[in-house]
Write a protein that binds this ligand. Sequence first.
Ligand code: B16
Ligand code: MG
Length: 219
Amino acid sequence: MSNSKGVIFDLDGVIVDTAKFHFLAWRKLANDLGFDITETQNEELKGVSRVKSLEIILGWGGVTLTEDEFMEQMAMKNDNYLSYISGMTKSDILPGVSEIIDFLKENDIPIALGSASKNARNILEKVGLYQSFDAIVDGNDVSKAKPNPEVFLIAADQLNVDPENCVVFEDSVAGIQAANLAKMTSIGIGEEAVLNEADHVYTDFTEIEIDFIKKLVTK
Ligand code: B16
Ligand code: MG
């Protein structure tokens, strides 16, 4: 393996604000089943796979479903989610993200996507970033969900970069734990109080100085 650096981006909540659409779709599912979920509870679903998320939500509501009903609810949630994201375009890329991707590309730093979402490729196409990534690893490519580091380790492997030379941008607690377990530099995007296990935390990408990125990818 080479010693060069690589950068791995989570998708939902990092490149695009789809976390709010996941929340709306899960909330509709809960409401249809007779209970409600809060935004605080939603924090626990960030970075968590679709199956695991539904298991957690059903636990909160004290609802038991048959296997068929479970599959049906998952499909309905995804249909609703897809309708929420159907109109996404380049303008939905979160502020500051494109500038950092451009800087990394101009400096030949390979970039990967490391997302739990099975809709990741679809979303990247919609926002015009599909071609920018040197590797894409998503929910279709992994068998172990975050906080297991599998998604980021596969991404590092595909970039041909040692895990300890990778930097990960993540908005979820599970994702920060996965990056830390992979021995990568973890950068939380969100609230310091929530993402306190990260090596660095920023509210959003507009807060990150290019000089900081330069240091991370050249040292
Ligand atoms: P899907 P990330 C994660 O994406 C989301 O944070 C999480 O809320 C969602 O349940 C999961 O993807 C699965 O998404 O239903 O689209 O397959 O943050 O890892 O990019
Ligand atoms: Mg995320």
